[in-house]
Design a protein around this ligand. Structure first.
Ligand code: NDP
Ligand code: MG
Length: 390
């Protein structure tokens, strides 16, 4: 039996992962499942899958988790430290699907045991890409991309030489407001931003899709994972979300990955890699689809894309500052403190403030320095949000 752990088990990616694993009873031995506030879901899955341990990220939820697991032999633990510790429990395959920078420490810990890390948590590549990839190399671990675009590129590169790659095109749905007049964006509500036209995902990534902060994280993720130059990375709006990415080669060929917008494809590919297995996703009927459309990704509509270019050019710890400021700006929008269109200026302010300190931004990319920059960028973003509320 393959030993597997799922970090962020109660979320959208975590639940899709569990859906695949539960279809194959007897094939998997579940080691650790982690969650946050959704104790009922965490306990239910830990019972059903007979996990060794269930961990909530929040210490004050430990009693509730223990109560929900009463009568089972599933261990219960709580706190960020316990989540990271669980990543050192031996497993053959570990899903990294915590949302946000909180996914980095357990991801690094998992790599240290030389395992295969299925990486949905794009924030860990954005904040500390070189550290994450070097840790994997140092310990003979494998990182497999789970973000649909990066899984698509990864699949397009099988058997290819990276030196023949001219460009990588990451497609974007354009999010909830792709057809809105520009001047209406400033009045976009939380509810409107939380509904994705094509994908069913967690709330945070859905709002990030509307603002294209998600796509900007993905551009940086592409640079870090595939080691290409920022100029080789393009994005294009593709409203149908059926082509997930394209790889352009030096002979002019473009290899496109086409599939239904269902994360179980990318998760399943990482679960069974290097094999392909039957997956419970819809088969596309091209005649029914009829046509595919593409539009320019406009930086006036999506200023986050321009910020991502700045981050890639600056390098160093700029990604850590960008992601942290983005997380706070998103919190600010969700809490109703800033408007949808103000998120980008909050992030730009924080990024400028941190980038101005060259000693800080160019420090070694270690976990300590990432956490330091993360903390400072959050403070800068909070200050910018507070200034807007005065
Ligand atoms: P969700 O918000 O649905 O789930 C997030 C998971 O992380 C939940 O299990 C949540 O627990 C847990 N969590 C939240 N905060 C913390 C914390 N501070 N410490 C530890 N655990 C925490 O997110 P998604 O599943 O949508 O996304 C997960 C990751 O995958 C993100 O990095 C996202 O960018 C990426 N991704 C997601 C895609 C999707 O289709 N959803 C597509 C591509 C990438 P609880 O809910 O119990 O509080
Ligand atoms: Mg994606």
């Amino acid at each position: 039996m393959r030993k597997v752990s799922i970090f962020g088990a109660t979320g959208s990616i975590g639940q899709n992962t569990i859906d695949l694993i539960a279809r194959d009873p007897g094939a998997y031995d579940v080691v650790a499942l982690t969650g946050g506030a959704n104790i009922a879901q965490l306990a239910e899955d830990a019972r059903r899958l007979n996990a060794d341990i269930a961990i909530t990220a929040y210490e004050d939820q430990l009693d509730d988790l223990r109560a929900a697991l009463a009568g089972t032999d599933v261990e219960a633990a709580a706190g960020a430290g316990a989540v990271t510790e669980a990543a050192s429990r031996p497993a053959d395959w570990i899903m990294s699907a915590i949302v946000g920078a909180a996914g980095l420490p357990p991801g690094l810990e998992a790599l240290k045991q030389g395992t295969t890390l299925a990486l949905a948590n794009k924030e860990s590549l954005v904040t500390a890409g070189p550290l994450l990839m070097q840790t994997a190399r140092d310990h003979g671990a494998t990182v497999l991309p789970v973000d649909s675009e990066h899984s698509a590129v990864f699949q397009g590169l099988v058997g290819e030489d990276m030196s023949a790659v001219e460009r990588i095109i990451i497609t974007a749905s354009g999010g909830a407001f792709r057809d809105w007049p520009l001047e209406a964006l400033k009045d976009a509500t939380l509810e409107e931003a939380s509904s994705h036209p094509n994908w069913d995902m967690g709330q945070r990534i859905t709002i990030d899709s509307a603002s294209m902060f998600n796509k900007s994280l993905e551009l940086i993720e592409t640079k870090e994972f595939f080691g290409v130059h920022p100029d080789q990375i393009e994005t294009v709006v593709h409203p149908e979300s059926l082509i997930h990415a394209l790889v352009g080669f030096n002979d002019g060929a473009l290899m496109a990955h086409v599939g239904p917008p269902d994360m179980r494809h990318a998760i399943g590919y990482a679960l069974h890699w290097p094999d392909r297995r039957d997956l419970p996703v819809a088969r596309l009927d091209l005649v029914e689809i009829g046509q595919l459309n593409f539009r320019k990704a406009c930086e006036t509509r999506y200023p986050a894309l321009k910020l991502a270019r700045n981050v890639m050019e600056t390098g160093g710890l700029a990604g850590a500052a960008f992601n942290a400021a983005k997380e706070r700006a998103l919190d600010g929008f969700i809490a109703g403190h800033i408007k949808f269109t103000e998120m980008a200026s909050v992030v730009e302010h924080a990024l400028d403030a941190i980038s101005a300190q060259s000693g800080l931004i160019n420090a070694t990319i270690s976990l300590d320095n990432v956490l330091r920059v993360d903390h400072l960028a959050r403070q800068e973003a909070d200050a910018a949000i507070a200034a807007r509320n005065m």
